[in-house]
Design a protein around this ligand. Structure first.
Ligand code: MG
Length: 247
C-alpha cells in the first residue's frame, strides 16, 4: 500500500523539504574548482544540524556520509573523499533530511566551470525530464505517466535513462512504496491520489543506460564510463496539483 499523508504529515514534510532546499542552495554556492567532496559533505552536515535536523543518508544501510557526491561517470551514491573538483567536471549532490521523523530527498547536478556542450545539454535534459515527470504527478494520473514522460523526453534528446535505480515514495521513512521507474509505458501501475508524496529522480546517461557498482560497494557508474546526471525533488500530490516540497 502507498501511504497517504495527512495535512499534519504534509506540514512536517514541508518543513523538512525547506531545510533541505536551504542546505542545497548553500552547497551549490560552495561548488568550485579545488573544493573537495569531503568539504562539501562536512558543510552539509553542519548546515543540517544547525537546522535541528539530521542528514538522512548518514548511516543509512551503512552509508558513511551526509551527502552523495557523484562526479562525471558516477551516477549515484558517490562517497565524499579528498578528491578535488576540477574545471569541466560535473557533480551530482544527493541529499536527504530527517526533520522530527519526516524525510525529504533531493538531488541536483552542476557543471564546474566551462563544460563540453554535450555534457551541458545532458544536464539540462535531466533537469527538464524531472520537471516533465513532476507535471504528471497529479490526482487520477497513473504512476507510470511520470515514468513515461521522463523516458520519452530523455531519449528524444539522444540520452538514456538508468533502469537499475528508481524514485520512491517518501514520508516517515526515506524509502516507501511505490518504486518510480524512469522508464515504461504510460497508464500503468497505481492511480495517483491526493496525499501521496513521491521522490521523483531521473538519472540520465550520455551513452548506455547500463550501470556497474564500484568496489566500494556503493558508487554506481555508467558501464561505458560516459557522464551521467541526476535531479530529484520530493513532490506531494495534492488536489491543486503537484507541490514540490524541496524547492
Ligand atoms: Mg531518492
Amino acid at each position: 500500500m502507498i501511504p497517504l499523508k495527512s495535512e499534519k504529515d504534509l506540514e512536517m514534510m514541508r518543513k523538512s523539504g525547506k531545510i533541505l532546499a536551504r542546505t542545497m542552495r548553500k552547497l551549490q554556492e560552495s561548488i568550485k574548482p579545488g573544493v573537495s567532496t569531503l568539504e562539501i559533505d562536512s558543510l552539509a552536515e553542519d548546515l543540517i544540524s544547525k537546522e535541528n535536523a539530521t542528514p538522512a543518508f548518514k548511516g543509512y544501510k551503512g552509508f558513511p556520509a551526509s551527502v552523495c557526491t557523484s562526479i562525471n561517470e558516477e551516477i549515484v551514491h558517490g562517497i565524499p573523499s579528498d578528491r578535488k573538483l576540477l574545471e569541466g567536471d560535473m557533480i551530482s549532490l544527493d541529499l536527504g533530511v530527517n526533520y522530527q521523523g519526516y524525510y525529504s530527498d533531493a538531488a541536483i547536478t552542476l557543471g564546474i566551470g566551462k563544460m563540453k556542450p554535450g555534457a551541458k545539454k545532458m544536464i539540462e535534459a535531466a533537469k527538464k525530464a524531472l520537471a516533465l515527470g513532476i507535471k504528471e504527478a497529479r490526482v487520477n494520473n497513473y504512476l507510470s505517466d511520470i515514468s513515461y514522460a521522463i523516458q520519452n523526453y530523455v531519449e528524444k534528446q539522444g540520452f538514456s535513462v538508468v533502469r537499475q535505480f528508481v524514485g520512491h515514495g517518501i514520508g516517515r521513512q526515506l524509502h516507501e512504496e511505490p518504486e518510480i521507474p524512469n522508464f515504461g509505458r504510460p497508464h500503468q501501475g497505481p492511480v495517483l491520489k491526493n496525499g501521496m508524496v513521491l521522490a521523483i529522480e531521473p538519472m540520465v546517461n550520455m551513452g548506455t543506460w547500463e550501470t556497474e557498482i564500484l568496489d566500494n560497494g556503493w558508487t554506481a557508474v555508467t558501464k561505458d564510463r560516459l557522464v551521467s546526471a541526476h535531479f530529484e525533488h520530493t513532490v506531494a500530490i495534492t488536489e491543486k496539483g503537484p507541490e514540490i516540497l524541496t524547492n
